[in-house]
Design a binder for this molecule. Structure first.
Ligand SMILES: [Zn+2]
Length: 248
């Protein structure tokens, strides 16, 4: 028995995923075991069969409260992305993906629910996520689903495009990190090819993040980023090489 972080009751705690297992499972589809990249000093990348879970945060009742937001996130980002989103090209280059019929509030609720789990988790993979005074506000996204998601949180999405050679790497899940947009705190989470930038602040997001944020657009736009030219690609290749050297 231990204290559940959501209901604060003394309960048997269950294995709870933070980023849902489906995103890790998708990586295994090609027979490969997912490579979890971590950029934390002193932590080597791990090959894991089931992704990163935490057995010290949620009781069974509370874990089940995440199932509707999780299945929606998995549906939109993973299982039905290509069916829901239309590619937008400009002069022959992919610039965005757009979709009309997305429940943007439910998708934001999924992101805040994931952020909360990462914040309460003691797994080193989620060490960079600490919400401090906003942790209890994030918990409300799951424990009080009839209330709107607090304006402290907003999110912008991007999607990697890559050449065939680097396509596998776009699926690799890196650990979430904290960053700043013009001095405003945000966290970057990886969901396969989709990257979510989640603002955590009572200040408004700067432009153009504000304009592109979930629930601010009728048509949801996911901005395309060229993976081959990104810093993430060189970081992943560097860590993958270090990992091979370390295992041999
Ligand atoms: Zn509980």
């Amino acid at each position: 028995m231990a204290l559940c972080r959501l209901c604060s009751k003394d309960r048997n705690l269950v294995k709870a995923h933070i980023v849902p297992e489906a995103f890790f499972r998708a990586l295994r589809a090609g027979g490969e075991i997912p490579l979890l990249i971590t950029n934390l000093r002193g932590h080597y990348p791990k090959r894991s069969q089931i992704g990163v879970y935490d057995q010290g945060i949620l009781c069974e009742d509370c874990e089940s409260k995440f199932s509707s937001v999780d299945s929606y996130g998995i549906d939109v980002f993973l299982n039905r992305f290509e069916e829901l989103f239309q590619p937008i090209n400009h002069q022959g280059t992919s610039v965005a993906f757009q979709a009309r019929d997305i429940d943007q509030e439910l998708l934001l609720r999924f992101l805040v629910a994931t952020l909360w789990r990462a914040s309460v988790s003691t797994q080193p993979y989620y060490d960079r996520v600490r919400l401090g005074p906003y942790e209890s506000v994030a918990a409300n996204a799951v424990s009080v689903p009839e209330q709107p998601v607090s304006g402290i949180f907003s999110a912008v999405l991007s999607c990697w495009t890559a050449t065939e050679e680097h396509d596998y790497f776009t699926q690799v899940l890196m650990n979430p990190v904290r960053e700043q947009w013009s001095g405003i705190n945000a966290y970057r989470f990886y969901f396969g090819r989709i990257v979510a930038y989640i603002k955590v602040s009572n200040q408004q997001s700067p432009m153009p993040f504000r304009e592109l944020a979930l629930m601010n657009q009728q048509v949801l736009s996911v901005v395309t980023r060229d993976f081959d030219k990104s810093k993430d690609l060189s970081a992943m290749i560097g860590v993958a090489k270090a990992s091979r050297a370390w295992r041999n």
